[in-house]
Ligand binder design. Sequence first.
Ligand SMILES: NC(=O)c1ccc[n+]([C@@H]2O[C@H](COP(=O)([O-])OP(=O)(O)OC[C@H]3O[C@@H](n4cnc5c(N)ncnc54)[C@H](O)[C@@H]3O)[C@@H](O)[C@H]2O)c1
Length: 288
Amino acid sequence: MNLQGTSAVVTGGASGLGLATAKRLLQAGAKVTIADLATSSGKLVAEELGASVQFVAADVTDTAAMEAVYDAAERWGPVRALVHCAGRGGAVRLVEKDGSPGSLETYEAVIRTNLVGTFNTLRLAAVRMARNERIDGGDRGACVLTASVAAFEGQIGQIPYASAKAGVVGMTIVAARDLATKGIRVCTIAPGLFDTRAAGPAAATGEGFARAVGSAPGAARHAGRIRALAQHIWRTRCSMAKPSASTAPFAWRRAKRTAQPMNAQSTARAEPDPTAIRWPRCLAAFAS
Ligand SMILES: NC(=O)c1ccc[n+]([C@@H]2O[C@H](COP(=O)([O-])OP(=O)(O)OC[C@H]3O[C@@H](n4cnc5c(N)ncnc54)[C@H](O)[C@@H]3O)[C@@H](O)[C@H]2O)c1
């Protein structure tokens, strides 16, 4: 899908992977609406990025606020691209170190932002996109969601985060199927460790970050990888891609060698689906 002159929404766009993607969308000629918390640096970021970027303060779990985001974005034209990067962490152990049970409040709060917020953002975007005219052979829009390697391999303490991100992975094929006939594609990227604020205090310095991922050399990625992948998803018209950047060096090599997806079962099941699963090609092309 050609992004020139289109209106795009990036949630969590004030920082990290969302900000990197907002910049890439801007370069591709899109008008970008950044939706992020009122406490974020979204206003400043939008001012720095210029007249084709606007900031609308919104919590992704708040329906009225997200409607206002899409209203603002539609003033620049039909919204054809959503990149949903808003997310948060929150450590919980089932049995905490002092013997108390893990916090239900924290568990619910992380699920609310990362999972309920994703559903809310996606459903409201889909309603808008479904009204768009079809372009580029049938597309009305494309939505890129953000999961995490934790959806598949969470660490101790990541139980709320891993549960939420597994939920995002789970909703992806359902959403892709649900929206396929409407000409709306849905893909989820499951990043590994990227050098952003969300990666924790270790990311504050390049050196600290390198130490933090020392057990997996080369696994830490710059946010540019994500924005490039998000852009690639629009260009190749793939749907339901689930490339994981966590094992990136291995995954890219494997994809090149075999042209097979890492999640072979889900792709195989989905083959007859009208969403035309193209993720091996998508990943292989990205890796090349
Ligand atoms: N950085 C990593 O290593 C990594 C790895 C895997 C997945 N992810 C995921 O990628 C996404 C982006 O992460 P990042 O590294 O750029 O983090 P980040 O902290 O730099 O950016 C996240 C942004 O989301 C915003 N946000 C948080 N809660 C919100 C809410 N309720 N409503 C609106 N905005 C909200 C924050 O204000 C922030 O600007 C997240 O979903 C994160 O879970 C990151």
